[in-house]
Design a protein around this ligand. Sequence first.
Ligand code: NAD
Length: 433
Amino acid sequence: MKLVIVGTGYVGLVSGLCFAEFGFETTCVDKDTKRIDFLGKAQCPFYEPKLENLLLKHIKKTKLLNFSSSLSQAMNKADVVFITVGTPSRRLEDNADVSSVYKVAKEIAKNIKKYCVVVTKSTVPVGTTRKLRNIIASKINKKKFDIVSNPEFLREGSAINDFMRPDRIIIGCENAKSEKIMRKLYRPLDLLKIPIISTSIESAEIIKYASNSFLATKISFINQVADLCEIVGGNVQDVAKAMGLDKRIGSKFLHAGPGFGGSCFPKDVKAFSATAKKMKVDLSIVESVNKFNKKRPKNIVVKIENYFGNLKNKTFAILGLSFKPNTDDVRDSTSMIIASLLHSKGSIIKTYDPRAMRNAKQILPDLHYCNSIQEACVGVDAILIATEWNEFRNLDLKGLRKKMKKAIIFDLRNIYNKEEVLNLKFKYYGIGK
Ligand code: NAD
């Protein structure tokens, strides 16, 4: 089978590489010609562990992977076409902007040469894939294609592993023919006994939003519990650990912090809530998660402001800018929001991130970008640990204290033991403890 993937972002490129790894001839298409040139030379447009090696392997060695900026050419022999373009929030609105998905659908319709399966892998609100079928069916014979919703659950930072060893594969389809083709694509995962769940198209679309919204709810829940702990003298880490031991609850996504960020959770929570409103269904749990999470970085800055009295001319070392470790993605990153808020209140921000500074500079050019943790900490009033990169987990606090103006740590990811830090003559502020 020959595959075409439209969109070479975090999801498209990883999917293309992994399908090549499964042995399929795959062509990745993007409208960004610079990106396609770059990828053709086996150069990665973003940082994701393990990506570069696979890129080299499948471009140079197996030759299963091709890149093109022409969808019409790529479509020549396509058996399956995946749409993996972005679906960001609409400007000033909560619903997802699916215009790129529909645009690609129109282009696909113009270029279908023989029967093929058109798959939405982008996260799209319920109803989108069926609309997409109508768009294509208005141009060509309905027998020449089928549509499938195959949402993606990979996480940036561990995307290749997640794609190769997912918890489950969801195939939302309308008939046995397209289901069979999709199951054939994922057959290499049979050895790992990965469950493949076939559902209606609508259920598949909802599964993606419901899953992300549920995880976001878990994060917001523990963040609210953390706020209570701070007031009454509890320790949210002890609370979360004990809660997580209950198998019905589980320990994942119970880490208190500065709120969830990234390219998926914030926009998906908003879009899910918007869908419910449109359908006049009460999904107020998700709506309140969205509201609370939006306020969270602001509330953290208020706590820092309350500590110092005034933030003007205070200098902070912000360690970490990406929304999570092992990625250079700064979209909706809480570290970036906090950096921007502190800066707008007159603080001087020195910052260091192992991978994300190039992307961050484009959005917040006025921060002082440093080449090392040590450089970032010279002369600062406090360190803020904003992203839990491994290299921030074992800082030489004794050494750093000598370089800092004041010895204070705001550990927004709770990666340090309070007593140990206090013993090193630092003032320590974690979340919920
Ligand atoms: P991205 O922004 O990194 O990449 C999107 C790519 O699509 C870009 O390279 C862009 O140039 C290309 N594109 C846009 N319009 C195009 C067109 N008309 N023709 C060809 N190419 C076009 O996006 P992403 O982070 O990979 O996310 C893609 C989708 O997958 C989104 O719906 C997202 O919600 C979902 N998703 C993302 C993740 C993640 O961790 N990033 C995980 C699961 C699902």
